[in-house]
Design a protein around this ligand. Sequence first.
Ligand SMILES: *Cc1c(COP(=O)(O)O)cnc(C)c1O
Length: 421
Amino acid sequence: MFEQNPELLKLAERAEEKASGVFRRLEARAFQNQMKILEAFRARRVSTESFAATTGYGYDDAGREKLDQIFADVFEAEAAFVRHNIVSGTHGITIALFGLLRPGDTMLAVTGTPYDTLQSVIGITGEKGSGSLADFGVRYEEVALTPDSRPDIEKILQKLSPDVKMVYMQKSPGYSTRKPLNNGDVKAVHDAIRTAGSHAFLVVDNCYAEFCEEHEPCYYGADLCVGSLIKNPGGGMAECGAYLAGTKEAISLCAQRFTCPGIGLECGATLGNNKNMYKGIFYAPHTVLQALKTAVFAAALFEEMGYAVIPHADEERSDIVQQISLGKPELVEAFCRGLQSASPVDSHVCPIPWDMPGYQDPVIMAAGAFTQGASIELSADAPMRPPYTVYMQGGLTYESAKLGILSAADEVMKTIASEKK
Ligand SMILES: *Cc1c(COP(=O)(O)O)cnc(C)c1O
């Protein structure tokens, strides 16, 4: 591996030096978030009984109810639910869309077109008759972000008719080369639509953004935020699942949709999953810190190597994703190959681009994770199209993830050297 690459080691040393000031800032943020989480555990009196498994209908599962309250506390919301059997972030957001919208309503996306896998849920893509929002007569409109990746308040207000029952924001960029939004943007949209007299639900796709800032979206007026447990709030511990946190009204509507009208949150066996979800949220600020440090290091290193990165190493971060524009398909493959080969699981596997369902271009994915698909663990992916940007995120420990980044950089340097020959 890279031990034979003195040039890389020198660059890495410089990169880490540059990053160290940022690390201090991130550690302070993680400490604040940890305090908030510990406070929730104390206030809700978590005990060994909270981890007990239930089966069947799962009535009277005190551990499940307590964990819901902890998520509400931590996400600074009136109510929340978190379930291992919400199969993904997309499923969680789908519960929110179908829970809150009714035929004839309009959903207004104000951060451009939503994440790829949500497009078939809304009915922008996919087949007619598949049961999308469009099939149920829910209309959809969108407003693009401004050129500097902020919500376009003026255009949002122009589109804000009385039929708009949901204003929808996505913080993390997905496969677009924009910057992530922050909770200041959530507040700006909230204040603008409420001043204009709208009672629309303000819904935030919070994937990858949890515990990156001082507060969470509901603190700034979001009615609902949603995220996946195999990203930030699962802390690398949760095996699957998602959470929804928001107002009592929004959570109640979503709960009726998640199970059944009339049953809501009364049912749902937790099997043996409570403990990992409790541990996950407890670890989350620390795990997010590891991921953020990894992203900052990667940004600093690849900037040293001459590549364009979003965000820059010393920029404020509101999600854990790091974009690195490598400019050429061979280098994207080299990056992913190098990262994969320094993963704890499946290090012997070589990732290649493939036509993934739900995506426009072939996608390459590097992930050697303990939990399948977990992107709070070090992972990288890229759609094979210009500007050949790799999206990397995660890292359970800074040390292990730094090894992964060094291995990726080494493979990129080797590929360039072999092209010159
Ligand atoms: C990961 C992600 C989702 C949900 O993805 P799943 O793979 O379904 O968990 C939604 N939105 C954004 C911005 C994401 O990053």
